[in-house]
Design a protein around this ligand. Structure first.
Ligand code: FAD
Length: 307
């Protein structure tokens, strides 16, 4: 019951203002977000890479409402790229972008998002790193995959995210299982209608396994974006069956979630990448984390009550 309510809240401006200005929110937000400033994000990268983990950085922001905001998102990523290059972190840290932060939902948004993200992908390439396009709700998938195809013509290492909750995703996995392709497979964080998505969690999990099979058997580079112990074990078993080396795929988890498991997998010789969000616009991201796990809500409420 709570999940759908939190999904609606994640898009409400009134609740955004309320939650964002409540001081008790802060310590809980800090668990999931590396900080509001770039230097805090860089410090988090240093700390994680020091533990043999790799990183993908997300400058928080989504659903911008005017082109100037989209330009600010672009500039924030250009600044991030510069910092990664200057700190020599390009090899261990890549970037994740949400195209809605680059203007995808505005009029003419497809072209605008492409025009805004292109300089970031170019700068990333020059800095020895790369970009993965996060996937947002189902209405954005065609546009995001078309932008991916466009970017990959010049920058083949550009990655994308596919969500097993969507009925279309097995086909998308087939299309993106080829050589050079980098796909992060996740279950999906958005509330989607029955016409396009599985509603039952078990069906989402089963679809995840089918998608994993396709990606693992292909020639691309699968990125397993999940905290689910079963999915992690199945991915390892599939990799063994198809004879993949540990460096030909990677695990990805979110900052602040299952940290001990992140380190354990890395120590066992796996490549593990942590998704590190930073910035002031943390509300939507934070609410999705609460929506996907009741324990996170309990953690939030406990911190409110204990003040
Ligand atoms: P769930 O199905 O939520 O949980 C399954 C099991 O995993 C649980 O029963 C528990 O055993 C374990 N588990 C899960 N969370 C925790 C926890 N906090 N502590 C301890 N155990 C836990 N979604 C998108 O829609 N688009 C994106 O671009 C996107 N990018 C992502 C990037 C990364 C690196 C990751 C990890 C996720 C991303 N997601 C994205 C979110 C994703 O879609 C899921 O909503 C989220 O990962 C929860 O699903 P799950 O597979 O981790 O496990």
């Amino acid at each position: 019951m709570l999940g759908p309510v939190l999904h609606v809240a994640s898009r409400s401006d009134t609740i955004r203002r309320l939650v964002s200005t409540t001081p008790v929110t802060r310590p809980v937000v800090d668990r999931f977000i590396a900080g509001e400033r770039l230097d805090q994000a860089v410090a988090a990268v240093r700390s994680l890479t020091g533990r043999d983990l790799e990183v993908t950085l997300d400058h928080l922001g989504e659903d911008v409402t005017d082109p100037a905001e989209a330009l600010r998102a672009r500039d924030a990523y250009l600044e991030l790229t510069e910092a990664l290059a200057k700190e020599g972190l390009g090899e261990r840290a890549e970037m994740s972008v949400k195209l809605s932060a680059f203007g995808q939902a505005l009029p003419g948004g497809h072209d605008l998002a492409l025009a805004n993200v292109l300089p970031v992908v170019e700068a990333a390439d020059a800095a020895g790193t790369t970009v993965t396009l996060d996937m947002e709700d189902h209405t954005t998938v065609d546009s995001t995959l078309a932008i991916l195809a466009e970017l990959r013509r010049r920058f083949p290492a550009t990655g994308a995210v596919l969500q097993s909750c969507l009925l279309r995703t097995e086909d998308d996995c087939r299309a993106l299982a080829g050589e050079g392709s980098r796909v992060r497979l996740v279950k999906g964080a958005y509330r989607e209608p029955a016409e396009v998505a599985y509603q039952d969690k078990h069906l989402v999990d089963r679809a995840y396994v089918r998608c994993l099979r396709l990606l693992m058997a292909g020639d691309g580079y699968p990125m397993i974006g999940s905290h689910d112990p079963r999915m992690i074990a199945i991915a390892q078993e599939l990799a063994r069956r198809v004879g993949r080396s540990p460096r030909s795929y990677e695990f990805q988890m979110l900052y602040g979630i299952r940290e001990a498991e992140q380190v354990r997998l890395a120590e066992a010789g796996h490549r593990v990448r942590v998704y590190v969000p930073y910035g002031t616009d943390w509300y939507g991201y934070f609410m999705r984390r609460l929506a996907e796990r009741p324990a996170n809500v309990a953690f939030f409420l406990r911190s409110v009550v204990s003040r």
